[in-house]
Design a protein around this ligand. Structure first.
Ligand code: SF4
Ligand code: SF4
Length: 165
């Protein structure tokens, strides 16, 4: 059976927020229990697309993000919706292109990088990655940007999680 992404809810200061998941069922993650939220050096590597190529992934996109990305591509939002998105339950996700990867991944480059959705911007600081040291270790092996670039403090990482819906 294919693995699917469904809603995840995170909690910061006892306030639950919806984000995403690639687990086969809804789960709840309390941000205060994410044991691997520690100061981390990170910079996305331009020639890398490892997180875009993750199997079984879905990228949720909001209507606001559709408008921004459509404007960036100099097209109408309706056209963008028609060609590049589909519905999953009552939410919009980006369609898949070649090799079942995101429709905007071309030759390891994101065609809407400047206006990519919040879910993409938040990687590698996803709750499922920060859940414990094993998941974080796996993420470090997957993402060559971890350990490079500026230092993200714990508060900054929690902020990314908190604003990432
Ligand atoms: S895996 Fe890390 S370095 Fe590579 S594209 Fe994703 S965020 Fe950037
Ligand atoms: S929108 Fe861009 S950054 Fe996000 S998954 Fe697609 S190619 Fe990767």
């Amino acid at each position: 059976m294919d693995s699917i992404r469904l809603p995840v809810y995170i909690s910061l200061n006892n306030k639950w927020k919806f984000i995403y998941s690639h687990k086969p069922k809804d789960i709840k993650i309390n941000l205060n229990n994410l044991t691997s939220v520690k100061p981390t050096y990170f910079r996305c590597i331009e020639s890398c697309s490892a997180c875009c190529e993750r199997p079984d992934g879905f990228v949720f996109i909001s209507e606001q993000e559709v408008e921004k990305a459509a404007r960036y591509l100099e097209m109408e939002s309706d056209e963008f919706l028609l060609h590049f998105t589909r519905k999953m339950d009552d939410r919009l996700i980006l369609a898949n292109g070649e090799n079942d990867h995101c429709v905007f991944l071309e030759e390891q480059q994101c065609l809407i990088y400047e206006e990519r959705p919040a879910q993409c911007r938040a990687y590698p600081f996803w709750p499922e990655n920060l859940k414990n040291r094993h998941t974080w270790q796996r993420t470090k092996e997957e993402c060559p940007g971890i350990g490079q670039g500026p230092l993200y403090g714990k508060e900054e990482i929690l902020n990314i999680l908190d604003h990432h819906k």
